[in-house]
Design a protein around this ligand. Structure first.
Ligand code: GLC
Length: 749
């Protein structure tokens, strides 16, 4: 108690404005580089007026918040978005400024990056996008977007990384480190549990503490503890009754006190809801205006409702980032074109690693151009650009190679390529009015007829299906995962005249592939894959590189199989319901039963998100999490662990011999899952706990050793409010996907 009084005195007198908990040795709490500025900041704060401090707490332009001009401290310049630096806007509007050199690289979107299963690629990605942010004179990049993909229809599933917290966390760390190594702050978003777009500004996520800790927070925790993220964006929604932007548990207790976050929290745009609660419970900057943290905050301080120590603490957190991130002098910003060859090459490398070969019967692929002299390219998605569309996070790209362009560039006149759109792509607006979400059945008869004519005398048909950025968008979840614009009807008609079909799905999130699967001996998932999408796809189709991507999410047979739909806790329709299984899983937690309030989202599936649900409920997906084929084959042999029994502070070392038993050099992603045996605590059937992407030449064998720190096997005990390790036997499963386990062993912890 005495130390608290002393501390408050020091804080009150402003002597010690930047308060950060002293770290005890063994905790894995982040020790941020930002706290090196605290002594200097105390001096700066002592020179600042109250007005100058409060002036830093809100937007002064759409994407800027104030520094301290009198003391030569620059404004903070922000830039969207997680897969490309947004074009320059007019100072106080969303209108483009019309610059000529702010054309950026369009990087593969989140789910594509995640499909690489490559933290090193995530780092390179961060380096590239961070470089472009600095070229544009920015101090904080509003990314990575790292919420868990809870629902296949999520409007931002394409923008986020994965349904799995471990995969998301590994990539979040790489991306954040890459960005910040360029001297620009990352801003991990949206903290936390922004897993749907419908009603995102009001929805109150009701989630159990254990599920929050084990599923939804790990990507944020890893980015803070392992990458020292300097920025966090508070999400629009509520969590368990409290707005994220004023949620003391999330922002102060967990993020700052437990994890050691030392930077500042910015609201989502328009996502601030109060003055006193926001500033007290951890928010630093209200964007884009000062409705709550401007004059109202000044009045609250003068009225004694908000203390100077809180103001000093929030100001300190901003100044830490401001002093660490060097402002780009205005005359140096935008001196060159934003997108440069080095970044474009990284966009290509990520794109080429992201493409997932879902199916390849009769080894349709790679295309044998000696055999196929006439190729029919059918589907508007072969020409669809995806750098922009829908709401938010658009990239004014210097270029975007479409699939058709990529094929033409790579094939030249070796073969004849004939194209037909086959369907009208979904557009969010028609003649200025907002359209409803697309019909999924009716094909356009004329376009279908034209496409069939083109296909019938081709040697092979490349069918381009999927969605686009108008359909997968921030602010709106899809109403279904069916392929829009009658694509199912179209591919059936194509197959009737030419069964030799390779389907390429261009989408960022799961789609219903039942028809495509029925009529396609080969299927690729090609994502919203950035500026080099077409070249990467052509190189995979033609066998220049082997496909090596793995699904970062489960592809369900049908939407109703996925947990939130199966349990009917999404969309919130107000019908009371709950599934008997949900009651068992929730140990009869009445508060998690759905109710008639559409603003409440009950995460009653708990930790059974994605493959955790499909495995535990024995529901067969169309293609499982982690699935992805190659142009070669891999053999797994001789699984071993370095010990049979492990203590809580040890690390399980799992080794396997991996052989490339085919004819093509290729990458493989070895995945390790853990299954609990005879556990007293509820667990999903299995959980990803390690993975490694390796390149093997044809015929090569490598001994791989992957590590699982035993502490990563703990569960969050809600009663003890702590991570607890349950001793006992566990099974170690090694596989090429969650649905294709090749080796098993057992150890004791
Ligand atoms: C938003 C998005 C956020 C973005 C911000 C600024 O509504 O949710 O991701 O960074 O606005 O554009």
């Amino acid at each position: 108690m005495k130390s608290q009084i002393k501390l408050s005195f020091l804080l009150l007198t402003g002597i010690l404005a930047c308060f950060s908990i002293k770290v005890n040795a063994q905790s894995d709490r982040n020790i941020s580089v930002l706290s090196n500025y605290d002594a200097r900041i105390d001096t700066i704060l002592a020179q600042m007026t109250l007005e100058e401090k409060v002036n830093m707490f809100f937007g002064i332009r759409m994407f800027s918040s104030a520094g301290v001009p009198r003391l030569g401290i620059a404004d903070v310049e922000y830039a969207d978005g997680p897969f490309g630096i947004r074009e320059e806007l007019m100072p106080n509007s969303w209108m483009p400024a019309g610059l000529g050199n702010d054309l950026a690289t369009f990087f593969p979107t989140g789910s594509a990056l995640a499909a690489t299963w490559c933290p090193e690629s995530a780092y390179d990605y961060g380096v590239a996008i961070g470089t472009e942010g600095r070229t544009r004179g920015k101090d904080m990049l509003l990314g990575p977007a790292i919420n868990i993909q809870r629902i296949p229809t999520g409007g931002r599933t394409y923008e986020y990384l994965s349904e799995d917290p471990f995969l998301s966390a590994r990539l979040s760390v790489g991306y954040t480190k890459g960005v910040q190594d360029q001297g620009i702050a990352a801003c991990i978003k949206h903290y936390a549990l922004n897993n749907q777009e419908n009603n995102r500004g009001k929805v109150d996520v009701i989630v159990s503490p254990r599920t929050m800790r084990e599923i939804y927070l790990p990507p944020f925790e890893a980015a803070v503890k392992e990458a020292d993220a300097w920025g966090v964006m508070a999400a629009y929604n509520k969590v368990n009754g409290y707005w994220c932007s004023e949620n003391d548990l999330l922002q102060n207790q967990i993020l700052r006190n437990e994890w050691g976050f030392a930077g500042f929290i910015v609201s989502d745009w328009g996502g601030t809801h109060s003055t006193v609660a926001a500033i007290t419970n951890g928010l630093n900057v209200e964007m884009p205006t000062g409705q709550y943290l401007g004059d109202k905050l000044l009045d609250s301080v003068r009225a004694g409702v908000v203390s100077e120590e809180i103001i000093n603490q929030r100001a300190c957190e901003i100044l830490r980032v401001r002093l660490h991130v060097k402002p780009v002098p205005p005359h140096e910003a935008n001196r060159i074109m934003t997108s440069q060859p080095r970044q474009q090459q990284i966009a290509y490398e990520v794109a080429s690693k992201a493409i997932v070969l879902l199916k390849n019967e009769k080894t349709q692929l790679p295309l044998d151009t000696a055999k196929y002299k006439k190729i029919a390219v059918i589907g508007a998605n072969a020409m669809q650009k995806n750098a922009t569309g829908g709401l938010g996070a658009g990239v004014k790209a210097l270029f975007e190679i479409t699939p058709l362009q990529g094929l033409r560039d790579r094939l030249g006149n070796q073969v004849t390529i004939v194209y037909a759109p086959g369907y009208k792509p979904y557009r969010r607006y028609q003649e200025g009015t907002r359209t409803r979400q697309p019909e999924c059945t009716s094909a356009d008869p004329d376009l279908l007829k034209e496409a069939v004519n083109v296909a019938k005398d081709a040697d092979i048909v490349l069918f381009f299906g999927g969605t686009n950025r108008d359909l997968e968008t921030e602010g709106t979840d899809r109403e279904s995962i069916c392929l829009p614009s009658g694509q199912d009807e179209l591919i059936k008609a194509l197959a009737e005249v030419n069964p030799n079909i390779v389907s390429i799905i261009v989408s960022g999130a799961p789609v219903d592939l039942r028809a495509v699967n029925q009529y396609s001996p080969a299927i690729l998932m090609s994502w919203f894959n950035g500026s080099a999408a077409g070249h990467a796809l052509a190189d995979v189709l033609l066998g220049t590189i082997s496909p090596s991507g793995k699904l970062p999410f489960t592809l369900p047979v049908k939407l109703e199989d996925s947990p939130a739909y199966f349990l009917r806790n999404y969309p919130q329709t107000g019908e009371a319901n709950s599934d008997i299984f949900a009651d068992l899983v929730n140990e009869n937690r009445s508060e998690l039963k759905s109710t008639d309030n559409k603003d409440l989202a009950y995460y009653s599936e708990e930790s059974l998100v994605g493959y955790r649900w499909f495995d535990t409920k024995n529901i067969k997906p169309m293609f499982p999490f982690g699935h992805g084929l190659s142009y070669t084959t891999f053999q797994y042999a001789s699984i071993k662990t370095d010990k049979a029994k492990y203590k809580s502070d040890e690390t399980i070392k799992v080794s396997v011999d991996l052989t490339n038993s085919g004819k093509a050099d290729a990458d493989e992603v070895v995945q390790i899952y853990v299954h609990r045996l005879k556990s007293k605590v509820f667990w999903p059937y299995k959980e990803l706990k390690a993975f490694d992407r390796v390149n093997l030449k044809a015929g090569e064998t490598k001994k791989l050793t992957l590590e699982i720190p035993v502490k990563n096997l703990r569960y969050w005990d809600e009663a003890k409010y702590d991570w607890i390790l349950e001793n006992g036997a566990i099974e170690i499963l090694v596989g090429t996907s969650s649905g294709d386990i090749r080796l098993k062993t057992q150890v004791d912890i």
